[in-house]
Ligand binder design. Structure first.
Ligand code: ARG
Length: 573
C-alpha cells in the first residue's frame, strides 16, 4: 500500500538523518505533522518546519531549505519554502501512473491494510432488548458498531461482532403475565415484535390500575429463573420471534453477527466473578446491597448485587468481558451505546481494573449522541416511539415514488429502492460526529441533491453507467495516455489518494463520519470531472481510455468506502 504522507515522511526522516549526522526523527511522528493547505496555491501538502527547530537547532527557514534539497524527486513536482513551511506539490506524472495503477490493481481492496493481522477485536453492538421496541435510538449502535467492525476488518483485524441481546430480566415476567392474560399464539406469530410490544405496553397500563400484576410478574420471572419448563418455552419463543424480525432489519443494512450470545448466556458466569470480588474485599454491603465503592475515582458506587441477591447490569457486563477475554483473547473489546450509558461503562471498567485483570485498558466504550425526529424526543414506555423498521419502510416507499417518476423502467426496482431508502437514513445519520445529538429530518435525508445518501449512490451508479457504455462501444479497449491534461483529473486523483489515510483516521478516532464526509469529497470531485471533462467523447482515444481509468478508480474508492459505512453499491438508480 502506498500513502503519499507516508512516502514523504520517510523521505524527510532520511533527509534529516543525512544532513544532521544521523539524527533520528521517526517517519511516524513526521507523518502527523503534515497539513493540508486550505488553498492549492500553498501546495498539495505542507510541512511546518518550526516543529523541528528544537531538535535540529536551526531556524525553520533554514531547516526547510535543507530539507527541500534533500527530498526532491518522486512523487514531488516542486517544493516551495514559504516562511519555514515546506509547500509540496505532487507531480501529475506520479498521480497518473503510480497512484492510478495502485488504485486499479488494489480494486476492491484499495485502501485496506494488514496492520491488524493476528489481532482480534470484539465488538458489542446493536443489542436490542427483546420484547421492547427496536427504535430509532438503536440506529446509532447498529450502524456505528457495524461500521467500526468493517473498518477494523479493512485493516486486517479479525473481528467478532456480538449482538448482546437484552434477553433476560424482569420484563420477561411481565411479558409472560401479559401474554397469558391477553395474548394468543396466532396473533403473536403474525404480529411479531409489534404485538409483543403492544402486550408489554398494555401490561404497564393495566399495572397502574391493578398493583397485583407487578407481583404476578415477579413470580413468573422467578419461575423462569428456576427453569420452569413452560416459562422457558415462552421465553425462548419471544426471543425467536424478535430475532427473526431484527434479522430483517440487519439484512437491509447488510449486517451479520458472529454471535447472538445475549445477557442470559452469562447467568452462570456471574457467580465466579462475584466470588472473586468478595475474596478481594472489593465488595461493600450497603443497606443489604453489594457494591464496589468508587469514591476514590469520583464515581458513584458500582452495584453488583441487589438486596435480594439478584445480579445487575454491571455484574453481567463484568462476567461477559471475562468470558470474551478467555474465549477470543481480544486486543480490543469495543462497546457501542448511547452516551447515556457512559457512566455505567466507566464504572465497571474501573471494577475490572480493580479486580486485577491486566486487560482492563483494552475495553473501549464508544458513545454516541441522542436522536430526535423532526424535533421530537422519543419516549419508550408509552409505546410512542418510531421504530427503525417503520423509518426504513417510510424511506423506501418515498424513494420508490421518486424512482417511479424519474426512472420508471429500471430493473430491480424494489431492491434499488430498498438500498437507496435505507442508505439515505444511514448516510444522514453517519454524517456528523457520532457524539453530537442529531435531529432526524427525513425530507433532507431523502433528497437526491445536497449531501445525501441518494446523491452519493447516484454518483456511484454514474461511474458504473459510464463504464458500461464504454464496454458497449468498445472504448474499454483503447490504450490510455496515462497523462493528465485537465485540472479536474488531477484533483480527482488527489482526493482518491487520501482514502488509505482516511481509513486510518476513522479507526483511530472510532469515527465512521470521517468516511461519510470523505465520500462527499470524492463525489464532488468526480462530478466536477464528469461535468467538465468529456469522458467518452474526449478528443482522442488515449484520453478517453485514461478518463475511463479515472472513472473506474473513483468507482472503486466510492464502493470501498460505502462498504465501510453500511451503504449498498447501487449500479443503477
Ligand atoms: N441492551 C442494552 C440497551 O438496549 C445495550 C447493551 C449494550 N452492551 C453492553 N454490553 N452493555 O440499552
Amino acid at each position: 500500500m502506498i500513502e503519499i504522507k507516508q512516502i514523504l515522511a520517510e523521505k524527510i526522516s532520511k533527509a534529516i538523518s543525512d544532513n544532521w549526522n544521523g539524527t533520528v526523527v521517526e517517519a511516524e511522528s513526521i507523518r502527523d505533522m503534515f497539513e493540508y493547505p486550505p488553498e492549492s496555491s500553498f501546495g498539495d501538502i505542507s510541512l511546518p518546519c518550526f516543529r523541528f527547530s528544537k531538535t535540529l537547532r536551526r531556524s525553520p527557514i533554514q531547516i526547510a531549505e535543507i530539507l527541500k534539497a534533500g527530498i526532491a524527486g518522486e512523487p514531488i513536482e516542486r517544493i516551495e519554502n514559504v516562511n519555514g513551511y515546506l509547500n509540496i506539490y505532487i507531480s501529475n506524472d506520479y498521480l497518473a501512473t503510480t497512484l492510478l495503477t495502485e488504485i486499479l490493481s488494489g480494486g476492491n481492496k484499495y485502501g485496506s491494510q494488514t496492520i491488524g493481522k493476528g489481532k482480534t477485536v470484539v465488538l458489542d453492538y446493536s443489542s436490542p432488548n427483546v420484547a421492547k421496541p427496536f427504535h430509532i435510538g438503536h440506529l446509532g449502535t447498529t450502524v456505528i458498531g457495524h461500521s467500526i467492525k468493517k473498518l477494523h476488518e479493512f485493516l486486517g483485524y479479525k473481528c467478532v461482532g456480538i449482538n448482546y441481546l437484552g434477553d433476560w430480566g424482569t420484563q420477561f415476567g411481565k411479558m409472560i403475565v401479559a401474554y397469558r392474560l391477553w395474548g394468543n399464539r396466532e396473533e403473536v406469530e403474525v404480529g411479531g415484535v409489534d404485538k409483543l410490544v403492544e402486550l408489554y405496553v398494555k401490561f404497564h397500563h393495566e399495572a397502574e390500575l391493578d398493583k397485583s400484576l407487578e407481583d404476578a410478574a415477579r413470580k413468573e420471572f422467578h419461575k423462569l429463573e428456576q427453569n420452569d419448563p413452560d416459562n422457558i418455552e415462552l421465553w425462548k419463543w419471544f426471543i425467536e420471534i424478535s430475532v427473526k424480525e431484527y434479522k430483517k432489519t440487519y439484512r437491509q443494512l447488510g449486517i451479520e453477527f458472529d454471535s447472538y450470545a445475549g445477557e442470559s448466556f452469562y447467568t452462570d458466569k456471574m457467580p465466579a466473578q462475584v466470588e472473586k470480588l468478595r475474596q478481594m474485599n472489593l465488595l461493600k454491603i450497603d443497606d443489604g446491597a453489594s457494591l464496589v465503592d468508587l469514591a476514590d475515582y469520583n464515581m458513584p458506587p458500582c452495584l453488583i448485587l441487589k438486596r435480594d441477591g439478584s445480579t445487575l447490569y454491571p455484574t453481567r457486563d463484568i462476567a461477559a468481558a471475562v468470558y470474551r477475554k478467555n474465549t477470543y483473547d481480544f486486543d480490543k473489546c469495543i462497546y457501542v451505546t448511547s452516551s447515556a450509558q457512559s457512566l455505567h461503562f466507566a464504572q465497571w471498567f474501573k471494577v475490572v481494573e480493580l479486580m486485577g485483570y491486566d486487560w482492563y485498558d483494552k475495553l473501549i466504550h464508544v458513545p454516541y449522541g441522542t436522536v430526535s425526529i423532526n424535533g421530537e424526543k422519543l419516549a419508550t414506555r408509552t409505546g410512542n416511539v418510531i421504530l427503525l423498521k417503520d423509518l426504513f419502510d417510510m424511506a423506501i416507499s418515498k424513494v420508490a415514488d421518486i424512482m417511479t417518476e424519474k426512472n420508471p423502467n429500471i430493473a430491480n426496482k424494489e431492491e434499488t429502492a430498498e438500498a437507496v431508502g435505507v442508505g439515505a437514513v444511514v448516510f444522514y445519520y453517519l454524517l456528523g460526529n457520532r457524539i453530537k445529538d442529531i435531529d432526524f429530518r427525513l425530507e433532507d435525508a431523502l433528497s437526491f441533491e445536497g449531501n445525501t445518501g441518494p446523491y452519493v449512490q447516484y454518483t456511484y451508479a454514474r461511474t458504473c453507467s459510464v463504464l458500461e457504455k464504454a464496454r458497449k462501444t468498445g472504448a474499454d479497449k483503447y490504450t490510455s495516455s496515462d497523462r493528465i491534461t485537465a485540472q479536474e483529473e488531477a484533483n480527482l486523483l488527489k482526493v482518491l489518494a487520501k482514502f488509505p489515510e482516511k481509513v486510518l483516521t476513522a479507526v483511530r478516532d472510532l469515527e465512521p463520519s470521517v468516511i461519510t464526509r470523505y465520500i462527499l469529497d470524492v463525489a464532488a470531485e468526480f462530478n466536477r470531472f464528469y461535468h467538465n471533462c468529456q469522458i467518452l467523447n474526449a478528443t482522442d482515444e488515449q484520453t478517453v481510455a485514461f478518463r475511463l481509468k479515472l472513472t473506474e478508480a473513483a468507482g472503486y474508492v466510492l464502493g470501498n468506502a460505502f462498504e465501510l459505512i453500511c451503504l449498498k453499491k447501487t449500479e443503477k438508480i
